[in-house]
Every structure is written in structure tokens, then in C-alpha cells.
Design a protein around this ligand. Structure first.
Ligand SMILES: Nc1nc2c(c(=O)[nH]1)N[C@H]1C(S)=C(S)[C@@H](COP(=O)(O)O)O[C@H]1N2
Ligand SMILES: [Mo]
Length: 206
């Protein structure tokens, strides 16, 4: 069962006015940069964004097509499983539902895999991707994303540990069956619900 406690006991190292964070998390002083491998280059002339799998109309969008999609604004915290959090973010970008509508996702689709540049992946139930405030962000607090934070597009999936917030996002695959992504295949929780502290496979509903 998912519980979202309104008050969370804060670790002793937190100051009194620290924001109300999920269990075991503390606020990062500065927005940490964390990822596998090197920051990939971005060439708007060759970059594309693909939507494939259980969809009637697979998409391959150029950067100019992607950046012309209607935008939404959304708040969403990042909570790294290493225990730092970056709260109070204002994201601007594309609603995941927009992609599902454009690509016409099939009824049999129940899961998505988010594909980052160079093969980094993370999986999610389709329903979580569509209804829990996720966004494909191009802007943070009014500024374009910096390359180290995932420019030109990153996923932000609030309420799930931040390894699911795939940076340098290049595509979304719709699936009937769940398929573990990069960290989910290394013993981290498949569900990764932060308010339930599902950090590792043994702590989740996996
Ligand atoms: N493509 C890609 N996205 C990634 C990662 C990665 O290694 N590659 N690391 C994840 C992890 S573990 C975290 S905590 C967040 C960190 O995001 P930030 O560097 O913008 O703070 O990015 C996530 N997205
Ligand atoms: Mo992380």
C-alpha cells in the first residue's frame, strides 16, 4: 500500500526550515549532477525523438518538430536514491499524454521504457507516466536545461527515485509487459516509490 505521510521525521542534520521531504532524504545545497558516462553532445540537425512499440503511429520527431509541441508547466521534486533531493523545481516541457495521443498508443500498452542517449533506460507503468505529474522537460525554473542536467529533453518523474528521470531523453517505447531498465536490472526497486522508501528490489512491490 502506498502511504504518503503528511509529516516525515527529518534526519538530525536538517535545519528546522528544511522542506518536507520523503523518508531518508535531505535537501542538496546545490543541484547535484549525477549520471553514468559522459554528457552527450546535442546537434539539433541530427537529434530526433522516437516513440515506438505498441502504438499505431510510430513517431520520429526532429528537434524543430519536438520543440513546436504544446508546452505545459509542472512542479516536481528530484529524489536521488543516494539520499539527496532537489525540491522546488518548476519544469516546462511536453506532457507525456501528448506523445501517447500523437502516436496513438494501443490498449494493450501497459508499460513504458524511457530511452536516454547512449542506451540508459528506465521503466514505468504507463499509468504512472501519464497521471502522476511526469513531464518531458526542456526548461527548469524558466531557463533551458543545461547539458549536464539533460538538455535538450529530460524526463521528470516525481514520486519515483530520480534514476527514472532519464536525462538526454531520445525516445519512449510502449510495451505490454514490464521490462526492467538500467538500474532496475541492478537490484534497485522496480517501482521505486519515494514516499514508500522503495530503494532496492527487496523494499518494493517487485
Ligand atoms: N541518461 C541518464 N539519465 C539519468 C541518469 C543517467 O545516468 N543517465 N542518472 C539518473 C540519476 S541516478 C539521477 S539522481 C538523476 C540526477 O539528475 P541531475 O543530474 O539533473 O541532478 O538523473 C537520472 N537520469
Ligand atoms: Mo540517483
Amino acid at each position: 500500500m502506498i502511504s504518503r505521510p503528511r509529516t516525515v521525521r527529518k534526519p538530525a542534520l536538517l535545519d528546522a526550515d528544511a522542506p518536507n521531504l520523503p523518508p531518508g532524504q535531505f535537501p542538496a545545497k546545490r543541484w547535484t549532477v549525477l549520471h553514468q558516462g559522459a554528457v552527450p553532445p546535442f546537434d539539433p540537425a541530427t537529434w530526433d525523438f522516437r516513440v515506438w512499440g505498441l502504438v499505431d503511429r510510430p513517431l520520429r520527431l526532429s528537434w524543430s518538430e519536438f520543440s513546436a509541441l504544446p508546452e505545459v508547466e509542472r512542479a516536481g521534486d528530484l529524489h536521488c536514491v543516494n539520499r539527496w533531493s532537489k525540491p522546488d523545481n518548476r519544469w516546462r516541457g511536453i506532457d507525456p499524454g501528448e506523445l501517447a495521443r500523437m502516436a496513438v498508443s494501443r490498449a494493450a500498452a501497459r508499460y513504458v521504457v524511457l530511452h536516454g542517449e547512449g542506451g540508459y533506460t528506465a521503466n514505468l507503468p504507463l499509468e504512472a507516466f501519464m497521471t502522476t505529474g511526469a513531464i518531458l522537460a526542456t526548461h527548469h525554473d524558466g531557463q533551458p536545461l543545461t547539458s549536464e542536467h539533460g538538455a535538450p529533453v529530460r524526463a521528470v518523474v516525481p514520486h519515483r527515485y530520480a534514476w527514472k528521470s532519464v536525462k538526454w531523453l531520445r525516445g519512449v517505447e510502449f510495451l505490454a509487459e514490464d521490462r526492467p531498465g538500467f538500474w532496475e536490472g541492478f537490484g534497485f526497486s522496480n517501482s521505486a516509490e519515494v514516499w514508500n522508501e522503495e530503494r532496492f528490489a527487496s523494499s518494493g512491490r517487485d
